[in-house]
Ligand binder design. Structure first.
Ligand code: PMP
Length: 393
């Protein structure tokens, strides 16, 4: 059999650069600022054990049986409560449980995009969203970001002349940029969606990992206030606040797209694992999530502080960055011309890896950028990693 038996659109599919990199990060002595994985030392073993016991003791047969494609009503009820704490008011009929936000994005891409439809993303943006959008044969365009997130004026100039189908955005504590869309820009973005009739896909895995006292209103909540809820589709996940291995996320959907999404979900995997949903539901009823989020937030904030300080003091003359207000990533850029993909070979020799920035662009990559994840590295190793980066210059 030859390669050309493979469908055209997947023939040139590349494995995620980050997943390739993770191979190096497992090498003896290498400090990895690469993968965006939550710190497993913070997983709530006790809480998960309590939840698992409840799974097995209560309506346990349901946890091992097929379920609804929309997801379990009990879990969707808990999700609605969680969302009200984020300022999003919705009923369980608007919520569809997915096998993680990644699946939400895949299903949305299939539900919304015809080949050639223009989808606008941030520059830089989440790599796996690019993969999904490219597979759906979207025509990708990008607008720049600064310390206040997407430069919405740039988007405005674009949509005045070009009809677009959707904007994909991670507005709060973004991956990879680590930046957060400022409140006036949130309003401006939703207004644009309303005026120019496009869909906003709001991807919010990190919103709860907030290092500040400020609250950031989800675009979905702004849209409700501005009477255009139909324009925003929201997705989030338990991956960063509970456990990514459970593979439980969700979508909040306007009526006009809900039915098609449920049918696509059915066609994809029938439904998200009932066992995982049941575990997540029972975990939520233990009431431990709030404490767990606080624990994660404090730990990540501390690590972010250490990495930012080390980068500032050791690499301040070489790199600029916006200090993250939350989330898992520090994005930095060389002050001079540099190719971070090339540089990685040197840093790997010195025992440290990061993700070169070029992978996070759909076009015109900025080769002088890099993403560093701080959450799963010890304090000492964060400092040591920065020293190794310095030694690689
Ligand atoms: N969106 C963004 C921005 C992410 O960073 C991630 C995880 N890396 C996901 C979606 C997917 O998360 P999951 O499928 O585990 O919910």
């Amino acid at each position: 059999m030859s390669h050309n038996k493979i469908a055209h659109k997947v023939q040139n599919l590349q494995s995620s650069a980050i997943r390739e990199l993770l191979k190096h990060s497992k090498m003896e002595g290498v400090i990895s600022l690469g993968g965006g994985i939550p710190n497993p030392d913070l997983f709530d073993r006790e809480g998960l054990e309590m939840a698992m016991e409840k799974v097995l003791s209560s309506t346990w047969k349901d946890a091992f049986q097929y379920g609804l494609s929309e997801g379990s009503p009990e879990l969707r009820g808990e999700i609605c409560q969680l969302l009200s704490g984020r300022g999003i008011r919705c009923g369980i009929d608007e919520v569809v449980v997915t096998s993680g936000s990644q699946q939400s994005l895949d299903i949305l891409a299939r539900a919304l995009i015809n080949p050639g439809d223009i989808v606008v993303v941030e520059r830089p943006t989440y790599l796996a969203a690019l993969q999904v959008l490219q597979l759906a044969e979207a025509n990708l365009m990008s607008v720049g970001t600064d310390g206040e997130g997407m430069i919405v004026d740039e988007l405005e100039a674009l949509v005045k002349t070009t009809p677009i189908k959707a904007v994909y955005i991670v507005p709060t504590f973004g991956n990879p940029g680590g930046v957060t869309l400022a409140e006036p820009r949130r309003k401006q973005l939703v207004e644009l969606a309303q005026r120019y009739d496009f869909v906003i896909i709001e991807d919010d895995p990190y919103g709860e990992i907030n290092f500040t006292d400020k609250t950031f209103t989800p675009l979905k909540a702004w849209a409700a206030e501005m009477g255009c809820s139909d324009n925003v589709i929201y997705t989030s996940t338990f991956s960063k606040i509970l456990a990514p291995g459970a593979r439980v996320g969700w979508l909040v959907l306007p009526d006009w797209v809900k039915r098609q999404v449920v049918i696509l979900k059915q066609a994809t995997d029938l439904h998200t694992s009932t066992l995982s949903q049941s575990l997540t539901y029972h975990y939520l009823t233990t009431g431990r999530l709030t404490g767990q989020i606080a624990l994660i937030r404090d730990a990540y904030k501390h690590k972010c502080e250490i990495l930012c300080q080390a980068v500032e003091s050791e690499l301040g003359e070489h790199l600029t960055f916006h200090k993250p207000m939350g989330g898992m990533f520090l994005w930095a850029k060389f002050k001079y011309e540099m190719n971070t993909t090339e540089w990685l070979k040197k840093t790997l020799n010195n025992g440290v890896v990061y993700v070169p920035g070029e992978f996070f662009y759909c076009n015109e990559p900025d080769h002088a950028t890099l993403r560093m994840s701080y959450v799963s590295v010890t304090d000492e190793n964060l400092k040591e990693a920065v020293l190794r980066l310095k030694a690689s210059l």
